[in-house]
Ligand binder design. Structure first.
Ligand code: GAL
Length: 574
């Protein structure tokens, strides 16, 4: 296991590692690769920035790049790592793009940049051999594919806009899991997750008031539906787009105290929705002063969390106005932005007092915002949600979420997030049908964070579908998984093993696993193969080894098998 840092040209000053206090670089316990043992890496500066060229192999596969919801293997793809909500195709756009990929050959590459880098995962370089002995390029498909298959002609080209240089970390390991673990340790190891964060989250309708929150808590408790955290959505504030961070009249101080005591009595924690764009009505508007970007969003200032004064003002106000023993978590919404729906968020040409530009700030925004929220919590254990993350986010106790994708993409999110130090909550809103709701809940129960997001549901989403018993059974199952989740999060913290990860991470040499993006390893020894409402049956692959059905204990053979039924296929590695 080993990491080598390579510096090309003159790297930029403002990169993800600079904003990650836990960053350990090549760290003491990693063995440095002897220089000269690495494959050749090309570098050149261009008028558009700089370009790296790395070896490419058609015989291998490549994974990672953060929370990619529309693709799994990235060989022969072009990815542009732009922060974007609701990407429609596999373009590289993501709530949480990460310039880190891993290869089945047993290595990974982290490029320390906050730029919207382009990764061309297999492009053909013009060399004398490419032109052929006669010196001409391929001019028919047969010849073209012969050249394409010649392998050594092709490279991974990485274009980093604006930069005159970059640091690259080359990580080698026994298998992909070894590589991922080293990346995670380099970023400070997994987060410290409180025990209550392993349970179920229930987010109320956006218009909930103190009374209805207490009723929700009573309903869940009274009906034996285990829940650890209640979430409030936008309208707990006087203004929410942009945010005032002032409690609305639906939560007057006396009633708020009563509500908190009520929740505490039921063992519940409270999590508050917010985003970072500060409304002029907010006391924070003046407190931030000039410490914000040059453009507003929804009439609000965009705080520059890379400026210590801004981060401090934000944290100090929220610590005073919101945080308590019960209110100890945040949902940090809208920090991704979208080029696809109404172009919201700040422009890439924004200027920030820290020296970051809009493009860089987009890449870092989620992490810097999460750190401001952690500062507001002053060391209270927490496990919240944040809709954007990026490079070196491993140690932050926030799960990514979004409600914009179909269930299949949510499952791929579970599989992909573990390559890049990210946690993904495949949240459950309403179900189109009873079966859709139960299938989605099965996935949520076997995920990094189990969450109902009822922000527009006037009643709990299962009530109209008449399936409270099944919901109860699944939530009780989540409770039974908690000791296992505890151990998995402790391992994540200690050695960087992600609690949810693709089969190819551990079974890298088993080519059957290379395309499996709808099954994952969960905690130490479970294999989970969720089903969507459209599926009556599915194929499940169990890699070589001894396996038993998780629910019945019955031994099952390794290899491909067919599963049919209403349950979720889960197997235990013996
Ligand atoms: C969305 C978010 C939802 C919900 C909603 C409230 O951006 O994804 O989960 O919080 O805002 O307005």
């Amino acid at each position: 296991m080993s990491i080598q840092k390579l510096t090309f040209g003159k790297p930029e000053a403002l990169t993800p590692s600079r904003f990650c206090p836990e960053f350990r670089g090549c760290g003491a316990d990693e063995q440095r690769l002897p220089s000269g043992s690495l494959p050749p890496i090309g570098f050149r500066q261009t008028p558009r920035g700089c370009v790296l060229e790395l070896p490419f192999s058609e015989q291998e596969e490549y994974y990672g790049f953060g929370l990619q919801l529309h693709s799994f293997g990235h060989k022969n793809r072009k990815l542009t790592l732009r922060v974007n909500s609701d990407p429609l195709f596999s373009t590289g756009d993501s709530h949480a793009p990460v310039p880190f990929f891993v290869c089945t050959a047993g290595y990974g590459v982290f490029v320390d940049t906050a730029r919207y880098a382009e990764f061309y995962m297999g492009v053909q370089r013009v060399t004398s051999a490419t032109r052929g002995e006669s010196g001409h390029s391929a001019d028919n498909t047969r010849e073209l594919y012969t050249l394409r298959d010649s392998g050594d002609e092709r490279v991974i080209a990485i274009h980093i806009p604006s930069a005159a240089g970059v640091d690259l970390y080359w990580i080698e390991g026994e298998n992909i899991l070894d590589v991922v673990r080293q990346y995670n340790r380099m970023a400070g190891g997994g987060p410290e997750i409180p025990d209550w964060g392993l349970g179920t989250y229930y987010r109320c309708h956006l218009d909930a008031d103190a009374h209805s929150v207490m009723q929700t808590a009573d309903y869940l408790h009274g009906h034996g539906l285990p829940c650890s955290v209640i979430g409030l959505e936008p309208h707990w504030q006087t203004r929410s787009y942009s945010c005032s961070y002032i409690w609305s009249e639906k939560f007057p101080p006396d009633l708020r105290r009563k509500m908190e005591a009520h929740l505490a009595g039921r063992g519940l924690h409270l999590n508050l929705w917010q985003h970072a764009f500060v409304h002029p009505d907010s006391p924070l508007y003046d407190a931030i002063g000039e410490g914000c970007g040059s453009y507003k969003v929804w009439g609000g200032k965009v705080p520059d969390f890379a400026v210590p004064h801004t981060q401090h003002a934000f944290a100090a106000y929220q610590s005073e106005a919101q945080v308590s023993d019960v209110t100890d978590g945040f949902k940090l919404d809208e920090c991704d932005g979208s080029d696809y729906t109404r172009d919201w968020s700040f422009p890439n040409c924004s200027e920030f007092p820290s020296g970051l530009d809009g493009e860089q700030y987009h890449s870092l925004f989620g992490m810097l915002y999460a750190r401001a929220a952690l500062a507001a919590l002053s060391g209270r254990p927490t496990f919240g949600q944040c809709r954007s993350m990026g490079a070196l986010a491993t140690s932050l106790p926030f799960a990514l979420y979004s409600d914009l994708y179909d269930h299949r993409a949510f499952i791929r999110g579970c599989v992909n997030s573990g390559f890049s130090g990210l946690l993904w909550a495949p949240e459950l809103r309403h179900g189109e049908s009873r079966s859709d709701l139960i299938r989605r809940l099965q996935t949520a129960v076997f995920s990094a964070q189990c969450m109902f997001n009822g922000w527009y549901c006037t009643e709990a989403p299962w009530i109209g579908l008449d399936c409270e018993d099944e919901v109860r059974e699944l939530l009780c199952l989540r409770e039974r998984l908690r000791p296992m989740l505890r151990r998995a999060y402790d391992a994540y913290r200690a050695d960087g093993t992600p609690p949810v990860r693709a089969l190819v991470c551990e079974y890298t040499r088993d080519r059957e696993t290379w395309e499996i993006d709808d099954e994952y390893l969960f905690c130490e020894n479970l294999l989970v193969a969720p089903m969507t409402a459209e599926q009556e049956s599915r194929k499940v692959y169990l890699p070589a080894g001894d396996w038993a059905d998780f629910f019945t204990g019955e031994r099952v053979e390794a290899g491909w098998r067919e599963y049919a039924g209403d349950g979720i296929p889960v197997y235990r590695r013996l």
